[in-house]
Design a protein around this ligand. Structure first.
Ligand SMILES: Cc1cc2nc3c(=O)[nH]c(=O)nc-3n(C[C@H](O)[C@H](O)[C@H](O)COP(=O)(O)OP(=O)(O)OC[C@H]3O[C@@H](n4cnc5c(N)ncnc54)[C@H](O)[C@@H]3O)c2cc1C
Length: 513
């Protein structure tokens, strides 16, 4: 209702009630949607509501400013240091409390479905100031993305999960089959999700569908030029429902796919492959969304809160909206009402120290004057993370990843070349600061993945699988959220365990068979 009031055009049934559709991981239709653009429409609704408040003068908006540090005075968050990205000027902002809603860190993998600007800087620097980082290795890899087509790419495109309602996922039975998809007869196709998971079929949750796609590609049955793709085929749905119906449901997505791949999905199956999409980890928060630094709150994808090791479709925006509309107004109000706030000025030594800290990172980046671009390091980091801290993780690979990340970080600080100056619009500098932070966060993700020797949700430890290769959980030893305390770059972080107690619903082995 909140979203509808903000103008989100949810799909409706003939009688005017909100319509639902099914999504991965659920066998009933229970997800409200706005054609294939739910996320975007929710964003537009929230953004319009924010703009209205800006117009009314209740919110002051600082566009093109990047938070580069959190200022902590007497143990409480009392402000931030931000860089004006147009002039390069560093600004001090004092406050009674600070809320970080700066999104997820999927771009640590370089390629992801996230916008290019998504990064970890604000939450990572808060972590370095004392905020614990919760479950950093929990990453969602979405099965329905347009496959990587080459080295030139800087991001990946998500095809909506809704497509798995009608599309059937398959690969050829035979390894290395080079026939065109429409030339492969039914009997020689492996609809592997329907075969392995008869009760959920193509609508298994994202982590299960992603791992299954990786598995068939690793077996040599992938399709397309890269052989790292599977088919998502609408031929049956078109035959059953007619082209017009499919166009009505997914026309915008089909057009997008055609624009990107130059292949017509009404005539040939789409090619899809998993891609990094959402990070369930983030700053550890309590039920008030407060981090371990009093007065510092984290909302939305920036915190670790609701999802555990997995996340079903549509629940990210639900969490973000709940955090912002229904939790923070009360818990932040409670904090402000129940706390004494001695007046702080931006002249306080803590502000000066934080600003100096930010400036020293910028100066250091500009002073390296090496020979390799920031993207060179980001791509290398992405490859390590995708190969060793991606869909399948094992002890040897994670140990290698940690060593390689450290090596790459050293190389970055010796050989990166950041163009331009600090007192100007400088995207090379912005990127460099973010990649420097990714290079530290990546190590924590690998450390977290290494210590969690069970498989759970999107975290698949290859050593911990059932006989039929499904994720095997270990609740006896790992029924806790891992909250990591920063102890210095390259130093071993300290693990704090938040035990998880389940009174009514006990965790159990998932089965979609
Ligand atoms: C392609 C795509 C489709 C999706 N579809 C759905 C869907 O249908 N349903 C669903 O539930 N979820 C969906 N998701 C997930 C969901 O959109 C995100 O989890 C959600 O938008 C996160 O919201 P947020 O406000 O926490 O962070 P974001 O939307 O990422 O916003 C963070 C903001 O903080 C800014 N920022 C970052 N760092 C700084 C800094 N240091 N200083 C200042 N500002 C900073 C960023 O520029 C950005 O504006 C989708 C995600 C993607 C990528």
């Amino acid at each position: 209702d909140q979203c509808v009031a903000q103008g989100v055009p949810f799909a409706r049934e003939y009688g005017g009630y909100l319509d639902n559709r099914s999504f991965g991981g659920a066998q009933v239709s229970r997800t409200f949607y706005a054609r294939g653009q739910t996320g975007q429409q929710l964003l537009l609704g929230a953004y319009s509501a924010l703009s209205r408040q800006v117009g009314l003068g209740t919110v002051k908006m600082y566009e093109r400013h990047e938070i580069l540090d959190v200022v902590v005075i007497d143990g409480r968050a009392r402000g931030i240091i931000a860089r004006n990205m147009v002039t390069g000027e560093l600004e001090r902002h004092a406050a009674d409390a600070v809320v970080l809603a700066t999104g997820g860190y999927g771009n640590v993998y370089y390629l992801s479905t996230n916008a290019k600007g998504c990064n970890t800087t604000a939450i990572w620097r808060a972590h370095k100031r004392g905020a614990y980082f919760g479950n950093p290795c929990f990453v969602q890899i979405h099965p329905t993305c347009i496959p990587v087509s080459g080295e030139h790419q800087s991001k990946l495109t998500l095809m909506s999960e809704s497509l798995r309602n009608d599309g059937r996922v398959w690969v050829p039975m035979k390894k290395g089959d080079t026939r065109k998809p429409n030339d492969i007869p039914e009997a020689e196709r492996d609809y592997y999700l329907e075969r392995r998971y008869p009760s959920f079929g193509n609508l298994v949750p994202r982590d299960v569908a992603s791992r299954a796609a990786k598995q068939v590609c690793d077996e040599g049955r992938g399709v397309g030029a890269s052989k790292m793709a599977v088919y998502l085929d609408f031929a049956d749905a078109i035959k059953r429902q007619g082209k017009a119906k499919i166009e009505e449901k997914y026309g915008n997505l089909f057009d997008m796919y055609y624009e990107i791949t130059d292949e017509n999905p009404y005539e040939v199956p789409m090619r899809i492959y998993p891609a990094v999409h959402y990070t369930m980890g983030g700053l550890w928060v309590d039920y008030n969304l407060q981090t371990t630094i009093p007065g510092l709150f984290a909302a939305g994808e920036a915190n670790f809160s609701d999802h555990g090791a997995n996340r079903l479709g549509a629940s990210a925006l639900m969490q973000g909206l709940a955090d912002g509309y229904f939790i923070l107004p009360y818990t932040l109000g409670g904090y402000l009402g129940g706390t004494q706030f001695p007046k702080v000025s931006t002249d306080a030594p803590e502000f000066a120290e934080a600003e100096k800290n930010v400036k020293s990172v910028i100066d250091r980046l500009l002073a390296v004057k090496g020979t390799k671009s920031v993207d060179y390091f980001h791509k290398k980091l992405g490859k390590i993370m995708w190969d060793k801290v991606g869909m399948g993780r094992n002890e040897a690979g994670l140990k290698e990843a940690i060593a390689e990340i450290r090596e790459l970080r050293d190389d970055f600080w010796k050989n990166v070349r950041v163009l331009g100056e600090s007192e100007e619009l400088n995207q090379s500098l912005e990127k460099a600061g973010r990649v420097a932070d990714f290079l530290e966060l990546a190590e924590l993700m690998a450390v977290d993945a290494l210590h969690r020797r069970e498989s759970c949700g999107g975290h698949f430890r290859e050593e911990s699988q059932t006989e039929d290769n499904e994720a095997k959980r270990d609740d006896e030893n790992f029924s806790y959220a891992a909250a990591w305390e920063f102890k210095g770059v390259g130093a071993e972080p300290k693990l704090h365990k938040e035990e998880l107690t389940f009174e009514y619903c006990k965790p159990s082995q998932r089965s979609y068979k």
